[in-house]
Design a protein. Structure first.
Length: 374
């Protein structure tokens, strides 16, 4: 079996509604897709990967244009020189290149999809998951008014989501959280995500969230402030969960050791790929730390991969693996992820288990780059 990277595409998808977080408002999303091929016994099989980098370096330092350049000029050329290239070796081969985990993850994912398809195996099968569906939570953006927020949350409850996550920031926290807890009643799981918008001096203020019986508060402080998170975790009742800070297996182990991560949000792109994400899951499981699967406004490709990852046993909390239509009017896969009875089905087909809608894909493509060596 020989594998190669073939093509880098950029697409643009409009969001069904603006999505506001403490770092900005998104109304459409540019997304990089990577196409790989494997050849086995004269048969060519393709696979696709998705890069979760945002349009701007605001969630993390990666962004679409930077990721596109590093893939084209640095990462793809390194992989092109490897004989018997396997997805499982990608992280180690690209290890000497510092940073750029989302770009690296997309390449590993494309090769993984192609290899698994060629072998007629599913990603869920490779992971060895035992569940065939996962509970689905939804991430709700910052709204202009509390009334508007309540209307949006009511719609998501009607859609069946079993857990609500509210984006918060200084000036939009206690009042909206109190109002949503009032709407949900005591039994619907509720959590908040600050995307690093607070400081070490906000502990007293954040302790006032204790009144709302939240599952967790996600990434209240900056990415590099592990000690601050540990101190905050001791100062407030709400469990502290890390997202942006968890950039590797090592950082995750350290954060747990410090008491900075009582819960961990796992995102494959942020840690350099699904295979590393799996190892972080294993580590958290050994340490008794609950994990859940985050979301990065993925297309059907990344959403399918997340649904499989989130079916691993250690994912004991509902994740942000929402229905495709939470974000997109039209996805680029023929069977977009749906929420049924509050759950998302784990894909069973070969590879990531999705089929691209080529017509839709071509319609939303804004540029294409050949990754094959000249
Ligand atoms: C989070 N996701 O958990 C992220 C943040 C996020 C579903 O809340 C473009 C690219 C826009 C990545 C907006 C959810 C984004 C983005 C928000 C990630 O923190
Ligand atoms: Mg987050």
């Amino acid at each position: 079996m020989t594998a190669r990277l073939c093509e880098l595409r950029e697409i643009r998808l409009p969001l069904v509604a603006p999505f506001q977080t403490s770092f900005g408002t998104q109304t459409s999303r540019r997304i990089l897709l990577v196409r790989a091929e494997v050849e086995h016994d004269g048969v060519t099989t393709e696979g696709w990967g998705e890069c979760v980098a945002g349009d701007e370096p605001t969630y993390s330092s990666e962004y679409v244009d930077g990721a596109a350049l590093v893939i084209r000029d640095v990462l793809a050329p390194r992989l092109a020189g490897v004989t018997d290239l396997r997805a499982a070796d990608v992280a180690a081969i690209l290890g000497p290149v510092r940073g750029h985990p989302m770009a690296k993850a997309a390449l590993e994912m494309a090769l993984l999809d192609a290899e698994l398809r060629a072998e007629q195996r599913s990603f869920a099968g490779l992971l060895g998951v035992r569940r065939d569906r996962i509970p689905s939570g939804v991430s709700v953006g910052i709204h202009p008014t509390v009334d508007a927020l309540l209307a949006t949350v009511t719609g998501y409850l009607d859609d069946g989501y079993v857990r609500i996550k509210l984006k918060i920031e200084p000036g939009f926290d206690l009042e909206p959280v109190a109002a949503v807890r009032g709407l949900l009643g005591p039994d619907v799981p509720l959590q908040v995500d600050a995307n690093a918008a607070y400081t070490r001096h906000d502990a007293e203020h954040l302790a006032r969230l204790d009144a709302f019986d939240l599952l967790l508060i996600e990434q209240p402080l900056p990415e590099d402030d592990l000690l601050g998170h540990a101190e905050l975790a001791r100062a407030i009742g709400t469990p502290v969960c890390l997202d942006e800070s968890i950039t590797s297996e090592t950082v995750c182990a350290d954060a747990i050791e410090l008491g900075a991560a009582e819960i961990v949000n796992i995102k494959a792109g942020r840690v350099g790929g699904y295979l590393t994400a799996r190892r972080i899951h294993d580590l958290c499981r050994e340490r008794g730390i609950p994990v859940w699967c985050g979301g990065m406004l993925e297309t059907g490709i990344g959403r399918a991969a997340n649904a499989a990852l989130a079916a691993l046993d250690g994912f004991t909390l509902p994740g942000d693996v929402s229905a495709s239509r939470r974000f997109w009017a039209t996805d680029i896969v023929t069977e977009p992820i749906e929420v049924v009875d509050g759950h998302v089905a784990v894909p069973t087909g070969a590879g990531l288990g999705v089929t691209l809608d080529r017509e839709m894909l071509d319609r939303v493509t804004t540029s294409t780059v050949d990754l094959r060596p000249a």
